[in-house]
Design a protein around this ligand. Structure first.
Ligand code: SF4
Length: 288
């Protein structure tokens, strides 16, 4: 629960605020850019503009329920039910942003793919009751793909609720993910189904993997994401826990796969034509 006594000084006056527990996951700024901005003083979000109208308030409340640390508060009780039920949010016909981020995954984004062969949950959101019910309404979860060891959060609760098969690379199957139903191995691409390919991308962690769906969407975990200005792609040496040279090689390998959208765990989404995506991945690999 956000505390008004801890509201950070940059918040503009009004009923919505961010407190000092913010971990700078960026999700509120992605969900409600009209309301939230990032402070220059330190890496945290703040309310730069109070929501103007119902539409902006709805987006701000989606951010409130998504915030992994409950750092967004209101000075009076607001009804968040409609905002909570609007997650997962469709970003394309069959691909959804889940919201409901978990603090144990440091606020990583997770994704739902709705497909005839069975829905896929990519990485673990917080297992909130409203989200579990919404996932049920959207057809449940057949597979839970874990891109790497850091963003697994409440995976066991999703397994318990949906009976989904959890998939993770052996090198990242640590702790309770060692009990995942399917452990993949090696560095070669793995066809999970006609429309799903696992691309192992060691670097950020030894067992990091990208999931490519319909040659269109790449769920990249913490391997690669968009630059802040949205004009290109970047990776983070400061958050590379295994091997930067390996991550560079993995970037070159990923460039041989066709897709048009990067949907990361941390960081911004990126969209480009397949050719432009390949060129951008190659440019990034050279820069690394
Ligand atoms: S969603 Fe929460 S933790 Fe993430 S940047 Fe916003 S206020 Fe901070």
């Amino acid at each position: 629960m956000a505390r008004a006594s801890d509201r950070i000084p940059e918040n503009v006056d009004g009923e919505l605020f961010v407190d000092s527990s913010c971990i700078d996951c960026d999700l509120c700024r992605q969900l409600a850019p009209a309301t939230f901005s990032r402070t220059d003083r330190r890496a945290q979000s703040y309310v730069a503009h109070q929501p103007a109208g119902e539409g902006e308030l709805h987006r701000a409340l989606m951010a409130l329920v998504t915030c992994p640390t409950s750092s967004i508060g209101t000075t009076r009780k607001l009804d968040t039910k409609a905002a909570a039920r609007s997650l997962p949010e469709a970003i394309a016909d069959d691909v959804y942003f889940c919201g409901w981020a978990a603090e144990s995954s440091y606020g990583a984004a997770s994704w739902l793919i709705r497909r005839p062969g069975g829905n896929v949950l990519v990485d673990s959101p917080r297992a909130a009751g409203t989200l579990l019910d919404r996932l049920d309404e959207l057809g449940g979860v057949r597979l839970m793909f874990l891109t790497h060891r850091d963003d697994v959060a409440d995976h066991a609760k999703f397994r318990e609720r949906f009976g989904c098969e959890r998939i993770i690379h052996r090198a990242d199957a640590v702790g309770d993910t060692r009990h995942a139903e399917r452990i993949v191995e090696g560095d070669a691409p793995i066809a999970l189904a006609d429309d799903l390919v696992i691309v192992p991308v060691p670097g950020h962690t030894r067992g990091s993997c990208v999931l490519v769906y319909r040659d269109t969407y790449a769920f990249t975990g913490d391997h690669v994401w968009a630059t802040d200005d949205g004009t290109g792609l970047e990776a983070g040496r400061g958050v590379c826990w295994y091997s930067w040279p390996e991550q560079k090689r993995s970037m070159e390998k990923l460039a041989t796969h066709r897709f048009t959208h990067v949907l990361p765990g941390h960081g911004r989404r990126f969209h480009a034509s397949a050719d432009a995506m390949r060129d951008e991945l190659r440019r990034l690999a050279r820069a690394m």
